[in-house]
Design a protein around this ligand. Structure first.
Ligand code: FE2
Length: 347
């Protein structure tokens, strides 16, 4: 039973009501009449509760006839009345209530600890996340730096080539542009497009070993000079293999004069022995070489170049690369001079 001292109203729980037959709620004076028929006991109980004589820190045991009551000051200002048949039961109920209250307190403490622990783990996770994001930023920055260095290295090799032999230098840039466009048109993965572009830019670096008199010699060249020129893929390979590229650039440079039917050089390899990236470079290299001006002859034009690759489509040159190359020139107005490849490594 919970008694509100201010309003003198009392509320009993269902168990109390069932036991003594009182209504569950009403004025205390009425409820107490049903608790005890003894007027003196009722007056005593009433006085204990409403005159404030009983010590809030200690429960007050009251016996009215056959019934036992234990009164507790409630923290909200009311009084809790526990009823029992005898003192032993009263003690047992009190102990059970204390157990229950302790359990509630422990649970509350446990809950507070859990909340603190969750908070701590959350903060740890936040810190971990922050560290990982910083590490990711650094990694991203490193990749960008690495890409920039590779890009600058390629540009440097390309510049050296142009300074020494403008034909070869420009040829490489134009081959890189066309080969990249073919790769993009074929919708190859970005990594393969990058490989093809880089290989295109530096595939003839081995020509640095050939005397410029031979490279820029107008008219026919001797057999010895021709053999020297034919050695340039091997020299390109020897130079480029020294750089640890993330792509098979050196191998592509070595293979770029090989043909599907084995009629190329330096090793006469054929078919799938040739890397797919090389097959695209070879088509772009052939088209650029035939169509452009050379010291020993005037440029033969795009149509002659396309005719060459179309005649040998499937025998010397990769059919998909040939078809795509022809489509770029005939349907998509490909222009060697309009190279928009500068942001390829900054994506
Ligand atoms: Fe070459």
């Amino acid at each position: 039973m919970l008694v509100d001292i201010a309003t003198r109203r009392a509320r009993a729980n269902a168990a109390f009501r069932d036991l003594v037959g009182t209504p569950t709620e009403g004025r205390f004076d009425e409820l107490i009449t049903t608790v005890s028929g003894d007027h003196a006991q009722q007056a005593f109980l009433r006085d204990e509760i409403f005159t404030g004589t009983f010590d809030a820190r200690r429960p007050l045991d009251v016996r009215t006839g056959p019934r036992h009551y234990r009164l507790y000051a409630h923290r909200d200002g009311g009084v809790i009345v526990i009823h029992a048949r005898d003192m032993a039961e009263l003690d047992r109920v009190t102990e059970e209530l204390s157990e229950y209250a302790r359990g509630l307190t422990e649970n509350t403490v446990g809950l507070e600890m859990s909340q603190r622990e969750i908070r701590r783990q959350y903060e740890e996770l936040q810190e971990e996340l922050r560290k990982r994001m910083m590490a990711q930023d650094l990694l991203h920055q490193s990749i960008l730096n690495l890409n920039r260095i590779i890009h600058e290295m390629i540009a440097t090799i390309s510049t050296i080539s142009i300074l020494r032999d403008p034909y070869t230098g420009k040829h490489q840039q134009r081959v890189a542009h066309l080969a990249r466009s073919i790769a993009e048109e074929l919708e190859l993965p970005l990594d393969q497009i990058q490989t093809i572009y880089v290989a295109g830019m530096i595939h003839d670096v081995g020509k640095l070993s050939i005397p410029t008199e031979i490279l820029s010699k107008p008219g026919k060249i001797s057999e010895v000079e021709f053999l020297l020129i034919q050695n340039h893929p091997q020299i390109s390979y020897e130079i480029l293999k020294l750089i640890e590229f993330p792509w098979p650039v050196a191998t592509i440079a070595l293979q770029h004069h090989e043909k599907l039917d084995g009629s190329g050089y330096p090793n006469g390899i054929r078919g799938d022995e040739i890397l797919p990236e090389t097959k695209i470079i070879t088509v772009a290299d052939t088209v650029e070489a035939i169509s452009s001006h050379r010291p020993y002859r005037a440029g033969l034009g795009i149509e002659s170049a396309l005719e060459e690759i179309l005649i040998h489509r499937g025998t010397k040159y990769d059919p998909a690369a040939v078809d795509t190359c022809a489509r770029l020139f005939r349907e998509k107005n490909f222009d060697f001079e309009k190279d928009e490849t500068k942001d390829l490594f900054m994506a």
